[in-house]
Design a protein around this ligand. Structure first.
Ligand SMILES: [Zn+2]
Length: 439
């Protein structure tokens, strides 16, 4: 099969710099950007939609092939491989004290439909590169270090997401196993078809020394600032609302404007209120109306009912509360003014998650040593790190991605930025695991 590397956002070109030229003399050993990009490219060729982005839905045949390939890489780096009953893969370097609590490094290999080559895959391959380079440099960590592939992070097939990390941390709602995909296959069935039983997960995430995840930013901030990496200090809290608005359907030609009760106009005002309230709340607060359904939906009928969603996110609890209060007040006001009946249902409420200061400090020291500006930021998207943060000290490093584009075949991160990010991850891991030369 002819494969177009440019189409999946992975290129190996002449712009990869000579590593030795930029390696600090007494810093950590150098990662191999060539090996890393080669792996990213090979993995990106495993997709259900060749030429149209990367599609490895969780527990699909492509997901299985991607995982099998990754396991061969873990094995070739002399890591001992284990898979738990949730489908999480662990590749372990034993360290000086194999009985000590392990440090975890990882991300996910599943993708959204027609996604990009870097979301998740980059974090797994960078984690593997870190352990590979440490082994090649005969640097032995004081504790075991695991490269982890979390199962079903994206949640595209069954909804929800974060299955593997939630099961690992014992935060997975068991009733979710009854969820079904578009073809009626349940979560539990999909796991069982792979010989997995999530109710029998034998590992406990509570005995963990810490977790670090490298991930593309999936937003435009680093590119706007001209900085290759960002240290994630927290993951935004989220509030989800679903609104059902009822007015009075009528003839679009015969009903005077002052005799109408139009729920679509109410929805339009609510959408504008979301924009305004997010701006007032500050703290990087954002609010989005992402769905809108109008009934009966005819060009010559004043709408009779309207359903819409509101998604509010903020890095601070105060910002989240202020925006939600403002939006709810606006909804009440608009409904009263426009004589609209209806209801507001809450569909999601997650508090902001703060990532561990110790992990942020290790990453910022590594940035300083690499001569890279230190930029701390919030993640507007959910990641496995926010699940791990419930049971251990978790940290994340973002790598700049072109145009902030993700969940899209055009997703792209420059090899030089990937090299910088992975080098910083390596330095942080050496610090955090007290890695020292083998005697
Ligand atoms: Zn991801």
């Amino acid at each position: 099969m002819k494969h177009n590397k440019e189409a999946v956002g992975v290129t190996r070109d002449q712009t990869i710099p000579n590593q030795t030229a930029t390696t600090p003399r007494r810093g950590p050993p150098s990662i191999s950007i060539e090996r890393l990009i080669d792996r990213l490219t090979v993995l990106s060729q495993i997709t259900a939609t060749p030429g149209e982005g990367i599609t490895r839905l969780a527990f699909s045949p492509e997901d299985k092939r991607g995982r099998e390939l990754f396991i061969t890489w873990l094995t070739s780096s002399d890591l001992s491989v284990r898979e738990d009953q949730a489908g999480n893969i662990f590749g372990r370097a034993p360290g000086k004290d194999p009985g000590a609590a392990p440090m975890l490094l990882g991300s996910h290999l599943d993708t959204v439909p027609q996604g990009g080559a870097h979301d998740g895959a980059l974090g797994c391959i960078a984690a593997l590169e870190v352990l590979t380079v440490m082994s090649e440099a005969h640097l032995v960590p004081a504790c075991p270090v695991d490269v982890v592939v979390w199962a079903d992070e994206e949640g595209c097939r069954f909804g929800g997401g974060f299955l593997g990390s939630q099961i690992f941390t014992h935060t997975f709602p068991a009733e979710s196993l009854a969820r079904t995909d578009g073809e009626g296959v349940s979560y539990a069935d999909a796991l069982q078809s792979w010989g997995l039983d999530p109710l029998r997960v034998e590992t406990s995430g509570t005995r963990t020394r810490g977790y670090l995840e490298l991930h593309i930013e999936q937003g435009p901030t680093l590119e706007r600032l001209g900085i290759p990496v960002g240290i994630v200090q927290g993951i935004v809290g989220m509030v989800g609302l679903e609104l059902h608005l009822e007015g009075r359907a009528g003839h679009a030609g015969t009903t005077p404007m002052d005799a109408r009760s139009d729920p679509l106009l109410a929805a339009a005002e609510i959408a504008l209120a979301c924009e305004a309230m997010a701006q007032v709340a500050g703290n990087d607060t954002v609010a989005t109306v992402g769905t809108l359904r109008v009934e009966p939906g005819a060009s010559n009928v004043i709408p009779g009912a309207c359903d819409l969603s509101v998604d509010i996110r903020s890095g601070s609890e105060a910002g989240l509360q202020q925006a939600e209060r403002g939006i709810r007040d606006a909804i009440d006001d608009v409904m009263q003014r426009r004589r609209i009946r209806g209801r507001v249902n809450e569909t999601l409420r997650l508090p902001p998650i703060r990532l561990a200061p110790r992990m942020q400090d290790a990453l910022s020291h590594a940035c300083s040593r690499a001569g890279v500006p230190i930029h701390r930021m919030h993640s507007g998207a959910g990641h496995d790190a926010m699940i791990l943060a419930h049971v251990t000290e978790a940290g994340m490093l973002f790598v700049r991605c072109r145009g902030g584009v993700s969940h899209n075949p055009a997703e792209y991160a420059a090899p030089e930025d990937i090299r910088t990010g992975t080098q910083i991850l390596l330095d942080a891991v050496i610090q955090l695991t007290d890695a020292a030369p083998a005697l």
